[in-house]
Structure formats: structure tokens, C-alpha cells
Design a protein. Structure first.
Length: 71
């Protein structure tokens, strides 16, 4: 799957405004089932790379050592 195909599969869920006034875009990645935020100044590609890295780490952690997602 190319990056363009992957980006086309991303669903934009809406904009979330924080109490302090800044906003970010909420998206869903159907490949991982992850909902993620695109922070101000970040592209969807950068946000997806960040989420994928955490997803891969979570998969590593779930195989054998009993740990899940690390934040």
C-alpha cells in the first residue's frame, strides 16, 4: 500500500478544541483501528508516522512481556 492510498483511507472525525483554546484534528486509521490527533503544525503524514511508531511498540510489548502501549 502506498502512502497516498493509506492517506485516502484515513477518516477525519472532526476538530477537538481544548479548554486552553487550541484545537486539533481527530482522525481514524482503519488499518490499525487507531483514533489519533493531528497537532497544530503537524501534517497528517507526520501524525500517522507518530501513531504507527507507538502502535509498533505496543505490538512488541504485547508479545511475551505483558506490557501494552507505553506513553
Amino acid at each position: 500500500m502506498t502512502n497516498i492510498q493509506r492517506f485516502q483511507g484515513i477518516t477525519v472525525l472532526g476538530v477537538q478544541t481544548r479548554l486552553r483554546g487550541d484545537s486539533y484534528i481527530l482522525c481514524n486509521d482503519p488499518e490499525t483501528g487507531t483514533t489519533f490527533a493531528v497537532h497544530p503544525g503537524e501534517t497528517i503524514g507526520e501524525a500517522l508516522d507518530r501513531v504507527e511508531a507507538r502502535y509498533r511498540e505496543a505490538l512488541k510489548g504485547s508479545h511475551g512481556n505483558g506490557h501494552g502501549v507505553h506513553r
